[in-house]
Design a protein around this ligand. Structure first.
Ligand code: HEM
Length: 440
Protein backbone atom coordinates (compact mmCIF):
# COMPACT_ATOMS: atom_id res chain seq x y z
CA UNK A 1 0.00 0.00 0.00
CA UNK A 2 1.62 3.26 -1.10
CA UNK A 3 1.35 6.55 0.72
CA UNK A 4 2.57 9.93 -0.43
CA UNK A 5 5.81 11.24 1.05
CA UNK A 6 5.06 12.71 4.50
CA UNK A 7 6.08 16.22 3.52
CA UNK A 8 3.89 16.34 0.38
CA UNK A 9 0.37 17.71 0.42
CA UNK A 10 -1.48 15.36 -1.88
CA UNK A 11 -5.23 14.99 -2.09
CA UNK A 12 -7.77 13.19 -4.21
CA UNK A 13 -10.56 15.31 -5.70
CA UNK A 14 -13.21 13.77 -7.96
CA UNK A 15 -11.06 10.64 -8.37
CA UNK A 16 -7.93 12.48 -9.49
CA UNK A 17 -4.82 13.00 -7.37
CA UNK A 18 -3.17 16.40 -6.94
CA UNK A 19 0.11 17.41 -5.35
CA UNK A 20 -0.71 20.79 -3.83
CA UNK A 21 2.55 21.23 -1.88
CA UNK A 22 3.57 24.28 -3.92
CA UNK A 23 0.04 25.68 -3.88
CA UNK A 24 -0.06 25.55 -0.06
CA UNK A 25 1.92 28.78 0.27
CA UNK A 26 -0.33 30.69 -2.13
CA UNK A 27 -3.76 29.18 -1.46
CA UNK A 28 -6.01 32.22 -0.80
CA UNK A 29 -7.83 30.30 1.95
CA UNK A 30 -4.50 29.60 3.70
CA UNK A 31 -2.44 26.49 4.42
CA UNK A 32 -4.53 25.27 7.37
CA UNK A 33 -7.74 24.95 5.33
CA UNK A 34 -5.91 23.31 2.45
CA UNK A 35 -4.09 21.00 4.85
CA UNK A 36 -7.41 19.54 5.99
CA UNK A 37 -7.58 17.72 2.66
CA UNK A 38 -4.04 16.40 2.90
CA UNK A 39 -3.76 12.66 2.25
CA UNK A 40 -7.51 12.13 2.14
CA UNK A 41 -10.32 12.32 -0.36
CA UNK A 42 -10.74 16.10 -0.36
CA UNK A 43 -13.73 16.25 -2.71
CA UNK A 44 -16.33 17.41 -0.18
CA UNK A 45 -13.97 19.88 1.49
CA UNK A 46 -13.07 21.29 -1.92
CA UNK A 47 -16.64 21.58 -3.18
CA UNK A 48 -18.12 22.96 0.04
CA UNK A 49 -15.44 25.62 0.58
CA UNK A 50 -15.60 27.45 -2.76
CA UNK A 51 -19.31 27.89 -3.49
CA UNK A 52 -18.89 31.35 -5.00
CA UNK A 53 -15.57 30.95 -6.81
CA UNK A 54 -15.66 30.74 -10.58
CA UNK A 55 -15.37 27.09 -11.59
CA UNK A 56 -12.99 27.82 -14.44
CA UNK A 57 -10.49 29.38 -12.02
CA UNK A 58 -10.61 26.37 -9.71
CA UNK A 59 -10.32 23.88 -12.58
CA UNK A 60 -7.36 25.74 -14.11
CA UNK A 61 -5.48 25.64 -10.78
CA UNK A 62 -6.27 21.99 -10.22
CA UNK A 63 -5.07 21.08 -13.69
CA UNK A 64 -1.70 22.63 -12.92
CA UNK A 65 -1.13 20.33 -9.93
CA UNK A 66 -2.62 17.09 -11.21
CA UNK A 67 -0.48 13.99 -10.73
CA UNK A 68 0.02 11.73 -13.70
CA UNK A 69 -1.20 8.15 -13.83
CA UNK A 70 2.23 6.72 -13.01
CA UNK A 71 2.77 8.80 -9.84
CA UNK A 72 -0.73 8.32 -8.46
CA UNK A 73 -1.53 4.72 -9.39
CA UNK A 74 -0.45 3.28 -6.03
CA UNK A 75 -1.61 6.07 -3.76
CA UNK A 76 -4.22 5.27 -1.13
CA UNK A 77 -6.34 7.82 0.72
CA UNK A 78 -6.23 7.96 4.53
CA UNK A 79 -9.78 6.58 4.48
CA UNK A 80 -8.63 3.55 2.47
CA UNK A 81 -5.65 3.03 4.75
CA UNK A 82 -7.97 2.97 7.79
CA UNK A 83 -10.60 0.80 6.10
CA UNK A 84 -13.23 3.56 6.34
CA UNK A 85 -16.10 3.09 3.91
CA UNK A 86 -16.11 5.34 0.86
CA UNK A 87 -19.10 7.64 0.55
CA UNK A 88 -19.75 9.48 -2.68
CA UNK A 89 -22.08 12.37 -3.34
CA UNK A 90 -23.42 13.61 -6.61
CA UNK A 91 -22.21 17.15 -7.32
CA UNK A 92 -24.10 17.78 -10.56
CA UNK A 93 -27.12 19.34 -8.94
CA UNK A 94 -29.73 21.71 -10.31
CA UNK A 95 -30.77 22.47 -6.73
CA UNK A 96 -27.16 23.13 -5.70
CA UNK A 97 -26.56 25.38 -8.72
CA UNK A 98 -29.70 27.39 -7.93
CA UNK A 99 -28.65 27.78 -4.27
CA UNK A 100 -25.16 28.94 -5.16
CA UNK A 101 -26.45 31.31 -7.84
CA UNK A 102 -29.00 33.06 -5.62
CA UNK A 103 -26.83 33.21 -2.51
CA UNK A 104 -23.94 34.56 -4.58
CA UNK A 105 -26.30 37.15 -6.01
CA UNK A 106 -27.14 38.24 -2.46
CA UNK A 107 -23.45 38.61 -1.55
CA UNK A 108 -22.61 40.41 -4.80
CA UNK A 109 -25.16 43.06 -3.85
CA UNK A 110 -23.72 43.18 -0.31
CA UNK A 111 -20.17 43.48 -1.65
CA UNK A 112 -21.24 46.38 -3.87
CA UNK A 113 -23.14 48.12 -1.07
CA UNK A 114 -20.19 47.83 1.34
CA UNK A 115 -17.54 48.31 -1.33
CA UNK A 116 -15.66 45.13 -0.36
CA UNK A 117 -14.71 41.92 -2.18
CA UNK A 118 -17.21 39.08 -2.53
CA UNK A 119 -15.30 36.88 -0.06
CA UNK A 120 -15.09 39.75 2.47
CA UNK A 121 -18.85 40.27 2.14
CA UNK A 122 -19.44 36.71 3.35
CA UNK A 123 -17.48 37.28 6.60
CA UNK A 124 -18.23 39.40 9.70
CA UNK A 125 -19.03 43.05 8.84
CA UNK A 126 -18.07 45.90 11.26
CA UNK A 127 -21.42 45.82 13.09
CA UNK A 128 -20.87 42.10 13.77
CA UNK A 129 -17.42 42.86 15.23
CA UNK A 130 -19.10 45.42 17.49
CA UNK A 131 -21.52 42.73 18.74
CA UNK A 132 -18.59 40.37 19.31
CA UNK A 133 -16.81 43.09 21.31
CA UNK A 134 -19.93 43.57 23.49
CA UNK A 135 -20.14 39.81 24.09
CA UNK A 136 -16.44 39.85 24.97
CA UNK A 137 -16.93 42.61 27.56
CA UNK A 138 -19.84 40.69 29.12
CA UNK A 139 -17.74 37.54 29.21
CA UNK A 140 -14.79 39.28 30.89
CA UNK A 141 -17.14 40.82 33.47
CA UNK A 142 -18.39 37.33 34.39
CA UNK A 143 -14.80 36.08 34.45
CA UNK A 144 -13.74 38.71 36.99
CA UNK A 145 -16.71 37.76 39.17
CA UNK A 146 -15.76 34.08 38.75
CA UNK A 147 -12.16 34.57 39.84
CA UNK A 148 -13.45 36.58 42.85
CA UNK A 149 -15.48 33.49 43.76
CA UNK A 150 -19.01 34.96 43.52
CA UNK A 151 -21.51 32.10 43.67
CA UNK A 152 -23.65 33.58 40.86
CA UNK A 153 -20.65 33.36 38.53
CA UNK A 154 -20.85 29.55 38.61
CA UNK A 155 -23.89 30.07 36.39
CA UNK A 156 -23.03 33.29 34.54
CA UNK A 157 -19.38 32.65 33.64
CA UNK A 158 -19.87 29.36 31.75
CA UNK A 159 -22.85 31.00 30.04
CA UNK A 160 -20.59 33.92 29.06
CA UNK A 161 -17.90 31.50 27.86
CA UNK A 162 -20.44 29.62 25.78
CA UNK A 163 -22.11 32.63 24.14
CA UNK A 164 -18.87 34.51 23.46
CA UNK A 165 -17.18 31.32 22.29
CA UNK A 166 -19.88 30.01 20.00
CA UNK A 167 -20.17 33.43 18.38
CA UNK A 168 -16.45 33.41 17.55
CA UNK A 169 -14.80 29.95 17.78
CA UNK A 170 -17.36 28.23 15.59
CA UNK A 171 -17.26 30.78 12.74
CA UNK A 172 -13.48 31.08 12.90
CA UNK A 173 -13.00 27.31 12.72
CA UNK A 174 -15.16 27.34 9.58
CA UNK A 175 -12.94 30.13 8.12
CA UNK A 176 -16.05 32.31 8.30
CA UNK A 177 -15.01 35.05 10.71
CA UNK A 178 -12.62 37.11 8.60
CA UNK A 179 -11.35 37.18 5.03
CA UNK A 180 -7.80 36.82 6.37
CA UNK A 181 -7.13 33.14 7.08
CA UNK A 182 -4.65 34.05 9.84
CA UNK A 183 -7.45 35.55 11.92
CA UNK A 184 -9.63 32.48 11.37
CA UNK A 185 -6.84 30.12 12.34
CA UNK A 186 -5.78 32.05 15.46
CA UNK A 187 -9.15 32.72 17.12
CA UNK A 188 -9.99 29.03 17.84
CA UNK A 189 -6.80 28.80 19.94
CA UNK A 190 -8.25 31.48 22.25
CA UNK A 191 -11.06 29.06 23.19
CA UNK A 192 -9.26 25.74 23.77
CA UNK A 193 -11.85 24.71 26.40
CA UNK A 194 -14.32 24.16 23.51
CA UNK A 195 -11.98 21.63 21.97
CA UNK A 196 -8.49 21.53 20.62
CA UNK A 197 -8.84 23.30 17.23
CA UNK A 198 -6.84 20.47 15.66
CA UNK A 199 -9.33 17.86 16.87
CA UNK A 200 -12.26 20.12 16.08
CA UNK A 201 -11.25 20.43 12.40
CA UNK A 202 -11.33 16.63 12.16
CA UNK A 203 -14.48 16.01 14.15
CA UNK A 204 -16.52 18.92 12.89
CA UNK A 205 -15.28 20.19 9.52
CA UNK A 206 -13.91 17.07 7.89
CA UNK A 207 -16.28 14.56 9.51
CA UNK A 208 -19.61 15.94 10.58
CA UNK A 209 -20.01 18.78 8.07
CA UNK A 210 -18.95 16.78 5.07
CA UNK A 211 -21.04 13.70 5.88
CA UNK A 212 -23.85 14.66 8.30
CA UNK A 213 -25.67 11.58 9.61
CA UNK A 214 -23.84 9.27 7.22
CA UNK A 215 -23.07 5.99 8.99
CA UNK A 216 -19.33 5.35 9.52
CA UNK A 217 -18.45 8.84 8.23
CA UNK A 218 -20.13 11.26 10.66
CA UNK A 219 -18.28 10.95 13.99
CA UNK A 220 -21.23 12.49 15.85
CA UNK A 221 -23.15 9.23 15.43
CA UNK A 222 -20.72 7.15 17.43
CA UNK A 223 -19.68 9.15 20.50
CA UNK A 224 -19.33 6.50 23.26
CA UNK A 225 -21.76 4.23 21.43
CA UNK A 226 -21.48 1.55 24.09
CA UNK A 227 -23.41 3.92 26.38
CA UNK A 228 -25.66 5.92 24.06
CA UNK A 229 -27.04 5.05 20.64
CA UNK A 230 -27.61 7.85 18.13
CA UNK A 231 -28.15 6.02 14.88
CA UNK A 232 -29.73 2.82 13.63
CA UNK A 233 -26.40 1.80 12.09
CA UNK A 234 -25.04 1.40 15.64
CA UNK A 235 -25.59 -2.08 17.08
CA UNK A 236 -28.18 -2.05 19.84
CA UNK A 237 -27.02 -3.00 23.34
CA UNK A 238 -29.10 -3.53 26.51
CA UNK A 239 -27.22 -0.53 28.00
CA UNK A 240 -29.07 1.71 25.53
CA UNK A 241 -32.38 1.17 27.29
CA UNK A 242 -31.47 3.68 29.97
CA UNK A 243 -31.34 6.52 27.46
CA UNK A 244 -35.16 6.58 27.51
CA UNK A 245 -35.03 8.59 30.72
CA UNK A 246 -34.82 12.34 30.41
CA UNK A 247 -32.47 12.34 33.41
CA UNK A 248 -29.98 10.29 31.37
CA UNK A 249 -30.00 12.94 28.66
CA UNK A 250 -29.34 15.66 31.23
CA UNK A 251 -26.48 13.58 32.69
CA UNK A 252 -25.08 12.92 29.20
CA UNK A 253 -25.10 16.56 28.22
CA UNK A 254 -23.44 17.50 31.49
CA UNK A 255 -20.42 15.22 31.15
CA UNK A 256 -20.00 14.99 27.36
CA UNK A 257 -17.45 17.77 26.81
CA UNK A 258 -15.41 17.05 29.94
CA UNK A 259 -15.10 13.30 29.42
CA UNK A 260 -15.55 13.16 25.66
CA UNK A 261 -14.58 15.88 23.21
CA UNK A 262 -12.07 17.69 25.42
CA UNK A 263 -10.22 14.65 26.78
CA UNK A 264 -10.97 11.05 25.79
CA UNK A 265 -11.90 11.60 22.14
CA UNK A 266 -8.89 13.87 21.81
CA UNK A 267 -6.55 11.33 23.35
CA UNK A 268 -7.87 8.47 21.24
CA UNK A 269 -7.54 10.49 18.06
CA UNK A 270 -3.87 11.28 18.55
CA UNK A 271 -3.14 7.74 19.77
CA UNK A 272 -4.86 5.88 16.91
CA UNK A 273 -4.73 8.59 14.21
CA UNK A 274 -8.46 8.41 13.68
CA UNK A 275 -11.34 10.32 15.27
CA UNK A 276 -14.21 8.12 16.48
CA UNK A 277 -13.47 5.41 13.91
CA UNK A 278 -14.77 7.77 11.22
CA UNK A 279 -12.24 10.52 10.47
CA UNK A 280 -8.64 9.52 9.76
CA UNK A 281 -5.87 11.88 10.78
CA UNK A 282 -2.62 12.41 8.93
CA UNK A 283 0.28 11.40 11.19
CA UNK A 284 1.86 14.48 12.78
CA UNK A 285 5.44 15.06 13.87
CA UNK A 286 6.53 14.22 17.44
CA UNK A 287 7.12 17.92 18.11
CA UNK A 288 3.60 18.84 16.96
CA UNK A 289 2.16 16.00 19.04
CA UNK A 290 4.03 17.19 22.11
CA UNK A 291 2.71 20.75 21.65
CA UNK A 292 -0.81 19.34 21.34
CA UNK A 293 -0.52 17.27 24.52
CA UNK A 294 1.01 20.15 26.51
CA UNK A 295 -1.80 22.42 25.28
CA UNK A 296 -4.47 19.95 26.40
CA UNK A 297 -2.89 19.30 29.79
CA UNK A 298 -2.50 23.02 30.36
CA UNK A 299 -6.10 23.77 29.32
CA UNK A 300 -7.96 20.97 31.07
CA UNK A 301 -5.59 20.93 34.05
CA UNK A 302 -5.80 24.69 34.39
CA UNK A 303 -9.60 24.71 34.42
CA UNK A 304 -9.67 22.26 37.31
CA UNK A 305 -6.63 23.24 39.32
CA UNK A 306 -6.66 27.04 39.67
CA UNK A 307 -9.41 27.25 42.36
CA UNK A 308 -7.21 25.30 44.79
CA UNK A 309 -4.62 28.08 44.63
CA UNK A 310 -7.13 30.90 44.94
CA UNK A 311 -9.77 29.98 47.54
CA UNK A 312 -9.35 29.39 51.26
CA UNK A 313 -11.83 26.57 51.66
CA UNK A 314 -11.79 23.12 50.05
CA UNK A 315 -15.54 23.24 49.48
CA UNK A 316 -15.40 26.39 47.42
CA UNK A 317 -12.32 25.14 45.53
CA UNK A 318 -13.96 21.82 44.65
CA UNK A 319 -17.20 23.50 43.54
CA UNK A 320 -15.40 26.05 41.38
CA UNK A 321 -13.18 23.34 39.92
CA UNK A 322 -16.03 21.08 38.81
CA UNK A 323 -19.45 22.74 38.32
CA UNK A 324 -18.57 25.37 35.66
CA UNK A 325 -17.25 22.92 33.06
CA UNK A 326 -20.26 20.62 33.57
CA UNK A 327 -22.62 23.56 33.03
CA UNK A 328 -20.61 24.63 29.99
CA UNK A 329 -20.88 21.08 28.64
CA UNK A 330 -24.65 21.15 29.12
CA UNK A 331 -24.91 24.40 27.14
CA UNK A 332 -22.64 23.04 24.42
CA UNK A 333 -24.67 19.86 24.02
CA UNK A 334 -28.04 21.60 24.28
CA UNK A 335 -27.12 23.72 21.28
CA UNK A 336 -25.37 21.12 19.15
CA UNK A 337 -27.35 17.90 19.48
CA UNK A 338 -30.79 19.17 18.58
CA UNK A 339 -30.05 20.10 14.97
CA UNK A 340 -29.46 16.73 13.32
CA UNK A 341 -30.43 14.00 15.77
CA UNK A 342 -34.21 14.07 15.55
CA UNK A 343 -36.73 11.50 14.21
CA UNK A 344 -37.20 13.65 11.09
CA UNK A 345 -33.55 14.15 10.19
CA UNK A 346 -31.39 11.38 11.65
CA UNK A 347 -31.98 8.72 9.00
CA UNK A 348 -32.49 10.80 5.90
CA UNK A 349 -30.05 10.55 3.00
CA UNK A 350 -29.65 11.76 -0.55
CA UNK A 351 -26.95 11.34 -3.17
CA UNK A 352 -27.15 15.04 -3.98
CA UNK A 353 -24.85 16.71 -1.39
CA UNK A 354 -26.93 19.90 -1.28
CA UNK A 355 -30.20 18.03 -0.72
CA UNK A 356 -28.46 15.83 1.85
CA UNK A 357 -27.38 18.90 3.82
CA UNK A 358 -30.96 20.17 3.93
CA UNK A 359 -32.79 16.99 4.83
CA UNK A 360 -30.39 15.93 7.58
CA UNK A 361 -30.64 19.25 9.44
CA UNK A 362 -33.31 21.03 11.41
CA UNK A 363 -33.63 24.75 12.15
CA UNK A 364 -35.19 26.06 15.35
CA UNK A 365 -36.49 29.44 16.47
CA UNK A 366 -35.64 31.22 13.22
CA UNK A 367 -37.77 34.19 14.25
CA UNK A 368 -36.18 34.41 17.69
CA UNK A 369 -33.31 36.79 18.42
CA UNK A 370 -32.73 34.90 21.69
CA UNK A 371 -32.24 31.54 19.91
CA UNK A 372 -29.94 33.21 17.39
CA UNK A 373 -27.69 34.83 20.00
CA UNK A 374 -27.71 31.93 22.44
CA UNK A 375 -26.87 29.33 19.78
CA UNK A 376 -24.42 31.51 17.85
CA UNK A 377 -26.57 31.02 14.74
CA UNK A 378 -26.68 27.24 15.10
CA UNK A 379 -30.46 27.58 14.95
CA UNK A 380 -30.00 28.29 11.20
CA UNK A 381 -28.46 24.86 10.78
CA UNK A 382 -29.71 24.20 7.25
CA UNK A 383 -28.15 27.28 5.65
CA UNK A 384 -25.05 26.88 7.79
CA UNK A 385 -24.54 23.35 6.46
CA UNK A 386 -24.98 24.46 2.87
CA UNK A 387 -22.59 27.42 3.22
CA UNK A 388 -20.19 26.71 6.11
CA UNK A 389 -17.73 29.48 5.17
CA UNK A 390 -20.40 32.18 5.49
CA UNK A 391 -20.42 34.07 8.79
CA UNK A 392 -23.54 33.19 10.74
CA UNK A 393 -24.67 36.83 10.97
CA UNK A 394 -25.76 36.55 7.31
CA UNK A 395 -27.86 33.43 7.80
CA UNK A 396 -30.95 35.41 8.86
CA UNK A 397 -31.07 36.98 5.38
CA UNK A 398 -30.16 33.78 3.54
CA UNK A 399 -32.75 31.58 5.24
CA UNK A 400 -35.76 32.86 3.22
CA UNK A 401 -33.78 32.45 -0.02
CA UNK A 402 -32.91 28.85 0.85
CA UNK A 403 -36.43 28.04 2.10
CA UNK A 404 -37.92 29.36 -1.16
CA UNK A 405 -35.53 27.29 -3.29
CA UNK A 406 -36.24 24.18 -1.22
CA UNK A 407 -39.94 24.61 -1.90
CA UNK A 408 -39.32 25.17 -5.61
CA UNK A 409 -37.13 22.07 -5.93
CA UNK A 410 -39.31 19.85 -3.73
CA UNK A 411 -36.71 19.48 -0.96
CA UNK A 412 -38.17 19.15 2.51
CA UNK A 413 -36.97 21.95 4.79
CA UNK A 414 -37.48 21.24 8.50
CA UNK A 415 -37.84 23.75 11.27
CA UNK A 416 -39.39 23.85 14.72
CA UNK A 417 -40.51 26.77 16.91
CA UNK A 418 -37.69 27.07 19.46
CA UNK A 419 -35.49 25.37 22.04
CA UNK A 420 -38.33 23.50 23.77
CA UNK A 421 -39.59 21.93 20.52
CA UNK A 422 -36.09 21.11 19.32
CA UNK A 423 -35.11 19.45 22.62
CA UNK A 424 -38.37 17.50 22.61
CA UNK A 425 -37.61 16.22 19.10
CA UNK A 426 -34.08 15.23 20.11
CA UNK A 427 -35.38 13.40 23.15
CA UNK A 428 -37.94 11.55 21.00
CA UNK A 429 -35.06 10.44 18.75
CA UNK A 430 -33.02 9.34 21.77
CA UNK A 431 -35.97 7.26 22.99
CA UNK A 432 -36.47 5.70 19.52
CA UNK A 433 -32.85 4.64 19.42
CA UNK A 434 -33.16 2.86 22.77
CA UNK A 435 -35.30 0.14 21.18
CA UNK A 436 -33.73 -2.88 19.53
CA UNK A 437 -36.16 -3.01 16.62
CA UNK A 438 -34.82 0.30 15.29
CA UNK A 439 -31.74 -1.45 13.94
CA UNK A 440 -30.64 -1.87 10.35
C1 HEM B 1 -9.84 20.83 -0.18
C2 HEM B 1 -9.55 21.64 0.81
C3 HEM B 1 -9.71 23.12 0.69
C4 HEM B 1 -10.26 23.91 1.63
C5 HEM B 1 -10.82 23.47 2.98
C6 HEM B 1 -10.24 25.26 1.11
C7 HEM B 1 -10.71 26.36 1.78
C8 HEM B 1 -10.72 27.63 1.27
C9 HEM B 1 -11.17 28.78 1.98
C10 HEM B 1 -11.72 28.78 3.39
C11 HEM B 1 -11.01 29.85 1.17
C12 HEM B 1 -11.33 31.31 1.50
C13 HEM B 1 -12.57 31.73 0.76
C14 HEM B 1 -13.78 31.75 1.63
O1 HEM B 1 -13.62 31.74 2.85
O2 HEM B 1 -14.89 31.83 1.11
C15 HEM B 1 -10.47 29.37 -0.06
C16 HEM B 1 -10.22 30.17 -1.14
C17 HEM B 1 -9.77 29.71 -2.32
N1 HEM B 1 -9.36 28.44 -2.59
FE1 HEM B 1 -9.49 26.85 -1.36
N2 HEM B 1 -9.68 25.25 -0.14
C18 HEM B 1 -9.34 23.96 -0.43
C19 HEM B 1 -8.75 23.53 -1.58
C20 HEM B 1 -8.51 24.31 -2.67
C21 HEM B 1 -8.00 23.82 -3.91
C22 HEM B 1 -7.61 22.36 -4.20
C23 HEM B 1 -7.94 24.86 -4.73
C24 HEM B 1 -7.45 24.85 -6.16
C25 HEM B 1 -8.25 24.71 -7.12
C26 HEM B 1 -8.43 26.02 -4.04
C27 HEM B 1 -8.53 27.28 -4.56
C28 HEM B 1 -9.00 28.37 -3.91
C29 HEM B 1 -9.19 29.69 -4.51
C30 HEM B 1 -8.91 30.06 -5.96
C31 HEM B 1 -9.67 30.50 -3.51
C32 HEM B 1 -10.03 32.00 -3.64
C33 HEM B 1 -11.55 32.07 -3.69
C34 HEM B 1 -12.11 33.39 -4.09
O3 HEM B 1 -11.46 34.41 -3.88
O4 HEM B 1 -13.24 33.37 -4.64
N3 HEM B 1 -8.76 25.65 -2.78
N4 HEM B 1 -10.29 28.04 0.03
Amino acid sequence: MATAAKDRLVTKIHDKWYDLTDFEKIHPGGPVALGLASGRDGTVMFESHHPFTHRKILDAILQKYELDEESSRHLKTLEEQHGIAEHRFNWKSEFGDALKFHVKEYFEAEAKRRNVSLVAATKAPPERWFEIAVLGVIFFATLVSFIRGDWISLFTCPLGVWVFGVNTFHDAAHFALHKNWRVNCTVPYLFPHFSSPFVWYHQHNIGHHSYPNVAHRDPDLVHHYWMKREHKSVKWLPAHEKQRNLSFLVFWWTVAVEFGLATMEDLWMVMYNVYNESVPMKVISKKRLLCHVIGRVFTIGGIHVWPFFVFDTWTRSIIFATIPYLWFSFLFMMNTQINHLTPETAHEADQDWYKHQVITAQDFGVASRFCFLMSGGLNYQVVHHLFPTVNHCHLVKLQPIVARLCEKHGVEYKQVAGYAAAIKAHHAHTVNMSFKDNEN
